[in-house]
Design a protein around this ligand. Sequence first.
Ligand SMILES: C[S@@+](CC[C@H](N)C(=O)[O-])C[C@H]1O[C@@H](n2cnc3c(N)ncnc32)[C@H](O)[C@@H]1O
Length: 446
Amino acid sequence: MIHYMNLVPTAFSKIADGSKTIELRLNDEKRQRINVEDTVVFNCSLTKDIIAAQVVKLHKFSDFKELYNALPLEKCGYTVAELDTAHYTDMEQYYTKEQIKKYGALGIELYNVSSICDVKEIITEPDILKLLAPSVYNPTEERLLNRAKKCQEDEETNVYVYKEDNEYKGIVVFEIVNNSATILDIAVKPEYQGQGTGSKLIDFIFNSFNAQNITAETDDDAIGFYKKYGFIVADTKVEFDTKRYVCVCGSVTHHYDLLIDENNDPVHDPKPLQNYMDKWDGQVFIDKMELNKDKSVLEIGVGTGRLAVRVAPLCGEFYGVDISPKTIGRAKDNLAKLENVSLTCADFLSYEFGRTYDVVYSSLTFMHVEEKQKAINKVATLLKDGGRFVLSIDKNQERFIDTGTRKIRTFPDTPEEIKTYIANSGLLLIEQYETEFAHIFVATKE
Ligand SMILES: C[S@@+](CC[C@H](N)C(=O)[O-])C[C@H]1O[C@@H](n2cnc3c(N)ncnc32)[C@H](O)[C@@H]1O
């Protein structure tokens, strides 16, 4: 499971460089969900830099006084010079005495720390130039410096490195204009290739820069890497007798926005197509929600309202959430006549709903979710006691949606994993069945 936390720049640098290996937090509800081996992603509060680290140990105390007596403070962010004056009341600048009394203190011990950081200002450092060398033709010192300076001068150009064990292992240089990114250079040291570093750098562009699509130009040597990630070849050309590929990868949000531009709206599909879509859910799926006019319902990934048009008239309050702005816009039109409907454009994983529901359901959406345990835990927190979760997962195990003009990465679901995630979340699985194209799960919150 992945947990997200913010860090001020000083603490961020100390964790990134390995001098701080224990992060101190209140042991509140959010932190109580952390387990050993989970991943924590720290966002720097001032920049787009990120750290990913794994939890090796959780140190729990009734307050920070106990924690300060028990843990080595030089691992908690204090320098040797600061140790004499370090005091547990230092934590009271972040948390009130009441909060500390209520929740207690937590030391999150980290290992496997890696970071992705902006190095545009320091790109001329020899270690970074070395990373850039494979992307420069005949990389003499002069050529490399010229390339580096060009990156620094161009306002739209970003330079980020992947750092692990205090070593720069990969670099990406990209431009971003109107949410479209173009990779200018991407390189991983040969000894670290095949370990997912290149993919992490591309994930970073999608996530931290909110890129709708990423374009890259490459050759026969690297096209395999891009295809494996989910890029499709949009064009080919020949330069200096070498075949070049222009490849593109889209984000989920952009894909569904484009589907609306392409006038794809299942609510208005002809009847035979609607019947076909029922093979992922249908009336039996809706019946499993056990709806009545007293019930509040949330659909995760509501789309343009294919299921909502049937569910909303059967319940008291209907809420739909979807990550694609254009899709939510279309859903608002399709459901305008139903007065009990509220729709929100958001990523359901990060959105604070601020309430609970009698029924939460989702169909044809979980293949877009990478963090499935986190998603099902979130569903568990969104349900009222006695509430019901009805989930349809696609049997399709393709790792991409390929429209012919764009390819979107997906995270196929397996019924065994979903069963485990449901059990881990504390929900009780009461029924599981199959349709032609999907596995359906019905779970309750006891
Ligand atoms: C294939 S459509 C299914 C729509 C609808 N459930 C149906 O079956 O007709 C998947 C939908 O999930 C939405 N989606 C994907 N990831 C999401 C997320 N993290 N939060 C909210 N919506 C998401 C997409 O924008 C898209 O509208």
